[in-house]
Each structure stands twice: as structure tokens, then as C-alpha cells.
Design a protein around this ligand. Structure first.
Ligand SMILES: [Cu+2]
Length: 282
């Protein structure tokens, strides 16, 4: 009786935890969280594709592993020297050889189709993006430019001792990137010194930023919120301390931010596309 009650309590706790999870996950979108299993949540179609692909691979690899394990166990039990003292001399079996060639090929095709689709989606930069954002890697912070708005600013990690309420250690920055929700953002990544990489997991984008070269990517965030990433190409001592913060806001909030930013972060020379970042004028 007592055992039954304990079981029921445990079960209802598990159900409650399960019911809480979607809510918790939704709130935690955009950054890693304690006891996270799997990848961060998604706010773009690109990341949806990556998440689905990951889940498909997980199923496939589980089935393959279980199948191979079962074959091994079968052989160990059925054909060990005690159970099968006289070994077979079989060296060929055409049917099996055809099967173990054709089945893996079919599995690879099943993997290749969604894989190429995701690559294609990522590489197909929409021609008329709503906003162009240039991300420039420096040792060790990011510089950003909105060439069409003549805005340029630097974005540095907030030191642990300076963290304010709600800011995250190693992830929050002083000047986050701000973009409107539901708009196509074209990101042009480059670097000023060594190779860095710009990424935001919740958007499903990641590209190396090379000095003297522009690498393009795009995203369209479907939800407002704060999303984080970190430099993803080893770039020196403080590589782990140049996070990326993108605030996805409503159209009105974006307009408000833009008006302020045009004053605060006006480009010095007004030259769109320059890699020189105007010092933040406070
Ligand atoms: Cu880096």
C-alpha cells in the first residue's frame, strides 16, 4: 500500500515535470540551460530543419546500433565453440553481400536528402533581405555594422563582476545586436585579425569570419527574445570571452532602437562596408 502510494507520487511528479518542460523550454530558448538534453530551441526555419535532421539521425543510429548489437549477441550465443564445435567453411553468400551493400546505400540516401535540403536553405541567401548586418571579428570582441543605416558599434562581453540582474555570465554583452522579428536578416561575417566564427544556435546559423573575405548567412527569427552564441573558431587567449547577443524585438521597438543607435553609433566616415568600427560614443 505504501509502495503504491510512493509510486503514484513519483509518477505524478514525473507527469508534472513532463508537463512543465515545454514551458520551461520555451522560456529557455536562446541559451543553454542546466540539465539540457539535446540542442537549444529553435526560432527559425533553418534551425527547425537542423533539429528534425538531428532527430532523424538519432533514430537511424539507434536502430543500426541495436541491430548490430543483436547480430553480435546472436553470433556469440549460437556460434561459440561449445554450441558450434565444427565451424562452417562458408566464404560467400551473394544475397547477404548484395543486402549489405544496398541497404547502407539506401540509408545514406535517406540521410543525404534532408542534409542537402538544409545546406541549400542555408546557402540560399534571400536576394532582398530586409536588413544587412555586418559582423566583424576582433581579438576579442565583435564589431557590428548596419551599412544601410550607417551604424557601427562594438559589442563586448560584460565582465562577471559587472553583471546586472538578468544578465548571463559569459554570454551577455554591452551592446547587443538588435533586429526586428519576422524580417530576413542577411549577416555578412568577416574578421579584422584572425579567423573567428559567428553563430547563434537558436537561429541555425554558423559561419567562419575570415580577414579580407565576406561570408554570408541569413536568418528570419519568428519569435522575439534574447538569443546568444559564442565565437566558434579558436582565435586566441580570450576566444571564450567574445559572446554574441542578438535581441529580437518588435518592429516598433526596433524603430525606437534604430533612432537611438543612429545617434549613439553613427559611423565616423559614413562609408558603408568599411571594417573600421566607430568607437561607441557614450
Ligand atoms: Cu574565437
Amino acid at each position: 500500500m505504501r509502495l503504491g502510494r510512493a509510486l503514484m507520487t513519483g509518477l505524478s511528479a514525473a507527469v508534472a515535470w513532463g508537463a512543465m518542460m515545454p514551458l520551461a523550454l520555451a522560456q529557455e530558448l536562446g541559451r543553454p540551460y542546466d540539465w539540457q538534453m539535446g540542442m537549444q530551441g529553435s526560432v527559425t526555419s533553418l534551425k527547425d530543419g537542423i533539429g528534425n535532421f538531428h532527430n532523424l539521425l538519432l533514430i537511424l543510429i539507434t536502430l543500426i546500433t541495436v541491430f548490430v548489437m543483436a547480430l553480435l549477441l546472436y553470433v556469440m550465443v549460437k556460434f561459440n565453440s561449445k554450441a558450434n564445435p565444427v565451424a562452417s567453411k562458408t566464404s560467400h553468400n551473394t544475397l547477404i553481400e548484395v543486402l549489405w551493400t544496398v541497404v547502407p546505400i539506401m540509408i545514406l540516401v535517406v540521410i543525404a536528402v534532408p542534409s542537402f535540403k538544409i545546406l541549400y536553405d542555408q546557402e540560399r541567401i534571400p536576394e532582398n533581405a530586409d536588413i544587412t548586418l555586418k559582423a566583424i571579428g576582433f581579438q576579442w570582441y565583435w564589431g557590428y555594422e548596419y551599412p544601410d543605416e550607417k551604424i557601427a558599434f562594438e559589442s563586448r562581453m560584460v565582465d562577471e563582476k559587472d553583471l546586472k540582474q538578468g544578465q548571463l555570465r559569459l554570454l551577455s554583452v554591452d551592446n547587443p545586436v538588435v533586429v526586428p522579428v519576422g524580417k530576413v536578416i542577411r549577416v555578412q561575417a568577416t574578421a579584422n585579425d584572425v579567423i573567428h566564427a559567428w553563430t547563434v544556435p537558436a537561429f541555425g546559423v554558423k559561419k567562419d569570419a575570415y580577414p579580407g573575405r565576406i561570408n554570408e548567412m541569413w536568418f528570419k527569427a519568428e519569435k522575439t527574445g534574447t538569443f546568444y552564441g559564442q565565437c566558434s573558431e579558436l582565435c586566441g587567449t580570450l576566444h571564450g570571452y567574445m559572446p554574441i547577443q542578438v535581441n529580437v524585438v518588435s518592429a516598433e521597438d526596433y524603430a525606437k532602437w534604430l533612432a537611438e543607435a543612429k545617434v549613439k553609433f553613427a559611423m565616423d566616415d559614413g562609408a558603408a562596408g568599411s571594417t573600421r568600427v566607430a568607437a561607441a560614443k557614450d
